[in-house]
Ligand binder design. Sequence first.
Ligand code: SAM
Length: 239
Amino acid sequence: MTNEDFIAALSSAGITLTAEQVHQFEIYYEMLVTTNEHVNLTAITEKKEVYLKHFYDSLTVAMYEKNLQNLDSTLIDIGTGAGFPSLPLKIAFPSLQITMVDALKKRVNFLQEVVDTLRLTGVEIVHGRAEDIGQNPKYRENFDYATARAVARTSILAEYTLPFVKIGGRFLVMKGSAARQELSDGQKALATLGGELTEEFEFSLPNGDKRYIQLVNKKAKTPKKYPRQAGTPSKKPIS
Ligand code: SAM
């Protein structure tokens, strides 16, 4: 996807980027590939692929959860890695308040450099594991939205994300073709942690790759024992 295709595809989805935002994506791309030469950030480095599979793909969630585009929504992105999906969302929707979490210090350092270079405000970067941060009262049940892309199966992700979501907020599930199977395997985890599926959208990226976005409402408080200690959710998913 060329720059022009990126801008046009977003525009036809109702998302208009200013020249400055287009420039910010360019700088982000340059920093990603330059840093990737010595820090492992992504396997995708070809420009058209980064624009499609990282930048555009990250923004699809705001095409289905339109309130992400509203003033002052708060979003926590668990296992953000090189910043996906939250950093493209922040660039496209500057009023969104984002918190980016990752367990790897080198990735967190890269994110801080990008945020400083692009002079983004309303961004917090947290180094640590979701299981530990989810028990911290500063973050627990404090966000309108939680999301995570390419981090774990839905049954595990629910335990990483739902503790952060306020009642009435949403866990935004971003998945490929295994989405429905993962959701059905994750039903017990969602219910245990206070979540309930409300809507599902099925669509394709411009290259034909299948994607699903599932909106999970937070209906009840997450019991205090969740998230369990670091490593337990992935070793023994709630089932
Ligand atoms: N979300 C990014 C994306 O879509 O490109 C990165 C995906 S990468 C495959 C998974 C990331 O999740 C890694 O950076 C890893 O350090 C982080 N991660 C995995 N488990 C985690 C946990 N329990 N808490 C915080 N970060 C975690």
